[in-house]
Every structure is written in C-alpha cells, then in structure tokens.
Design a protein around this ligand. Structure first.
Ligand code: F6P
Length: 319
C-alpha cells in the first residue's frame, strides 16, 4: 500500500491543471496518504524541488488558469541517467507514487520513471487535445472558448471593413482547435493537417465568395502547417481581398478554466489517485464515450489520434 504521493504538471500549461492538482491532493489526503507537489515539472523532479502540502494548499485554485506548481519542457529527461536521478529524489523522500499531468511527452517520462521503480499514473491535460488515448484533454474546452471569443471580436471588425481574416490557432500538430473553432464560428474555410487545402484552392474558394458578394471571410489555420503571412500575400494578389493575419498565440492558453474543464480535471485527477491506492501503476486516465476509463500506458501511447471524420464531413457540407 502506497503512503506518499506526489503530483507534477509538465509540458505546456493548460487551464484546468490546477483543478487536477487540487483533486489529486485532496483525494490523497482523503485516503490517508501524505501529499507532495513537484515544482516545475520534470526539471523540478530532477532538481529535487518537492514539498509536502496540506489541504490549505488547494484553497482557491480551482478557478485559476496556468499551473500554480509550474511546468517546464525538459528534453534532458530523455537521458536514462537523468530519469534515475529523478527517481532517486522521490525515493529519498519515501514517495512511492507520482501523478503526472500533461500530454503524451509527460506520459513517456512517467513510463521511464515506472521502469526506475516508481508507481505512476498520467492525467491528460493540454489545450491541443492531441492525446490519442482520450476523447478529450483538460484545457481543450477552455482554449476553444477563448479562440471563439477572439474570433467573434475579429469578425466584428472584419465584417465592418469587408476584410478577410486569416487566423492561426495553436494545436501543435493536431487540428482539433482549428476544426472545432471553425465550426463554432461558421468560418468560411479551415485548413488543418487532416483537412489540407492548397494555396490555389484557398484562393479559388475565396474568389468564389467574392463573386457571391460575400464581403468578408474568416479562414482558420492550424499552426505549424504553412507560412500564414505568405498565404495572406497570395490571397491579396489573387483575390483582391484585403487580408489581415491574426496569430492568436499564447493568449489561447491562459484564462480561468471553463466549468467543463474543472469537472473533467476533478474526475480524472481523483481517479488517478484511486488507481494508485488500489495498487495499479503505468496507467493513463482517459475519457472514452463520456466515461472515465483507465488504460495501460503502453496501449495509450500506441494509439492513433481520431481524425474526426464526422466533423470533417460537416466542414465539407458547411464550407
Ligand atoms: O502544447 C501546447 C502548445 O500551446 C501548442 O499548441 C504549441 O505548439 C506549444 O504548446 C507552444 O509551446 P511553448 O509555449 O513552449 O512555446
């Protein structure tokens, strides 16, 4: 039976991470365990930046964006010697279990720690929604709402001026934020890794809109896919549309988590601790058809992301 449990957040922060940290600590205390937080993700684990926390630590954090225990990108964690040092730091404090909150990169780190003798469970949290094993990740709903709010504002001005707005949204290599926001915003076009349109095709469709006397257009583009400024130049030249580029950037990641993300985080984080209490390890907590389920880490990491055929079909109907 485990006695001490630690929690860390890793990778890009996501709204709802604090709600997950909160519930991990509270569930651990509920089961009579000592609770610890690791500051700054795997970097803090390697540096031994670990402190014991009590219930007071969890007060007034459920509504806060970002992660109050910090996060980091830690490529050094690929080195087995670094993983060993991190595991040693936990063992020196007699911490037997770790909950890692983040994306697939975080889970690969957990897998390595499991091989170094630590009980581990992962909780998916990233705005990108690119954890294939889970229908949804903590932070996605909030980021989607933020993007929609931004596009609503951009539309107010672009329709007034009859402009074309090229809007780049985050997602790493996953098009979910672009796809979902384009549907919610009735965008004229969306371009993602799974719904790729050539520059020529984009211009052709925009020219057609001009002929139909549509005075403005919103084109949502996934990041890391194309040079959005070069595309804007091409649209201006080919279609005559006055075109503005809007790269939404990190504001998509900030802000108070939606009620949905707070609840998702609470359900998944609590389940993570229960798994560890029941003696399970090397697991990922996932949403599957609106239920919280538990998958083996190897199975989870080998899964392929759903390309959302139904939504892509809808895009073809609507755009
Ligand atoms: O994974 C979340 C994310 O916001 C991606 O959408 C984006 O590509 C990346 O992180 C940006 O990372 P950073 O904040 O380290 O620049």
């Amino acid at each position: 039976m485990i006695k001490k449990i630690a929690v860390l957040t890793s990778g890009g922060d996501a709204p709802g991470m604090n709600a997950a940290v909160r519930v991990v600590i509270r569930t651990a205390l509920y089961y009579g365990l000592e609770a610890y937080v690791v500051y700054d993700g795997y970097r803090g684990l390697v540096d031994g930046n670990i402190i014991q926390v009590h219930k007071e630590f969890t007060q007034d954090i459920i509504n806060r964006g970002g992660t109050i225990i910090g996060t980091a990108r830690c490529p050094e964690f690929m080195d087995p010697k670094v993983v060993k040092r991190a595991a040693r730091n936990l063992k020196d404090l007699d911490i037997d279990a770790l909950v890692g909150i983040g994306g697939d990169g975080t889970f690969r780190g957990l897998k390595d720690l499991a091989e170094a003798g630590i009980n581990v469970v992962g909780v998916p949290a990233t705005i990108d929604n690119d954890v294939a094993s889970s229908d949804e990740t903590i932070g996605f709903s909030t980021a989607l709402n933020t993007i929609c709010e931004c596009i609503d504002r951009i539309k107010d001005t672009s329709t007034s001026h009859q402009r074309c707005s090229l809007i780049e949204v985050m997602g790493h290599h996953c098009g979910d934020l672009a796809l979902y926001s384009s549907i919610a915003e009735a965008a004229e076009l969306v371009v993602t890794h799974d719904h790729h349109l050539s520059d020529e095709e984009i211009c052709k469709r925009l020219r057609k809109l001009r002929v139909q006397k549509k005075g403005h257009a919103v084109v949502v583009v996934s990041e890391k896919l194309l040079d959005i400024r070069a595309l804007a130049d091409k649209i201006r030249e080919d279609t005559g549309f006055e075109t503005k580029v809007e790269i939404l950037g990190h504001l998509q990641r900030g802000g108070a988590p939606s009620a949905h993300d707070r609840i998702l985080a609470s359900l998944m984080g609590s389940k993570a601790v229960e798994c560890l209490v029941q003696g399970e390890s090397k697991k990922i907590i996932c949403m599957y058809h609106n239920e919280v389920i538990v998958r083996d880490i190897d199975e989870a990491l080998s899964m392929k992301h759903d390309s959302h055929e139904e939504m892509l079909k809808l895009v073809n109907i609507l755009q």
